[in-house]
Design a protein around this ligand. Structure first.
Ligand SMILES: [Zn+2]
Length: 274
């Protein structure tokens, strides 16, 4: 699963590697209970090794990003997407748009330099259900403290990019011919994947629908505590994996390495390098 540059329709897509996030395996959850969870932990060990990626898109309307990494907000092991962007020959002022998959910190904090806009000209396109949820004080109150981080991030992004944040509905994304916003709710209410129609080969960038490529493809009932609605996240994973396998989509995500394709295997799916 080499993280390379690839063409999909009118777009060139490149991984921008932000770094590695290594939380304790305590964040693993499982819908079938403790024994199933323990079996996952036995395979994975005490610590998870999650990639953090965002994506550079070059297309007919200029340069765009899908997600923005952590910026300088999550410490020195992360935040390398900015250098990767520079190495690809792109200056911050050249980024015309950012498509966010959702409003969590490892996807949206990279938009901020302190509390200012890191991308001086970019328009920020946010799935409308996520923007609605993370600006709703009642929704914030209803969640445990550990799941409230994105509310403050949303406030800061809206302030830094005043007048340049646009909610986007599901379906074709205006200004991105051939890209479709696919609702993948559960991780957050408006969590969204982007499907790039490529003619011969389509690519689904699924955000955080899976964090553990092999493990969650094989068993979509494995989750991480970061999912706001774990039961809905499971249904979304199951439906999305089935559709991706059926349609032959290439897949990539914010926390999985490279590009893969999926093949049905037992009750789940196997990831094949693309
Ligand atoms: Zn994430």
């Amino acid at each position: 699963m080499a993280a390379s540059k690839r063409e999909f329709g009118v777009y060139t897509v490149m991984h921008l590697r932000d770094g590695i996030f290594e939380p304790s395996s305590d964040v693993v959850i499982h819908a079938r209970g403790d024994a199933a969870r323990q079996a996952v932990l036995d395979r994975l060990g005490p610590q998870l090794h999650l990639e953090v990626n965002c994506f550079l898109l070059r297309g007919p309307d200029g340069v765009a990003l899908i997600d923005a990494g952590t910026g300088d907000h999550w410490g020195a092991a992360l935040g390398q997407a900015r250098a990767a962007l520079k190495a690809a020959g792109v200056a911050p002022e050249q980024v015309a748009r950012v498509l966010l998959t959702h409003l969590h910190g490892d996807h949206a904090l990279g938009l901020l330099e302190g509390d200012a806009a890191w991308l001086p000209r970019a328009e920020i396109l946010v799935p409308e259900a996520d923007l609605r949820f993370f600006t709703d004080p009642a929704a914030r109150e209803a969640l445990p403290e550990a799941k409230r981080g994105a509310f403050g991030i949303t406030e800061r992004v809206l302030r830094a990019y005043e007048g340049r944040v646009r909610p986007i509905p599901n379906g074709p994304v205006a200004a991105f011919p051939g890209i479709e916003a696919i609702p993948l709710p559960g991780h957050t209410p408006g969590h969204t994947g982007y499907l790039l129609r490529g003619g011969t080969q389509d690519l689904l960038i699924w955000g955080d629908a899976l964090h553990l490529f092999t493990e969650q493809a094989a068993d979509p009932e494995t989750g991480l505590a970061y999912d706001i609605d774990p039961a809905l996240a499971i249904r979304t994973r199951q439906d999305m994996l089935a559709r991706a396998a059926r349609e032959g989509w290439m897949v990539a995500g914010a926390h999985v390495p490279g590009f893969g394709v999926l093949e049905a295997a037992g009750s789940g799916y196997r990831v094949l390098p693309a």
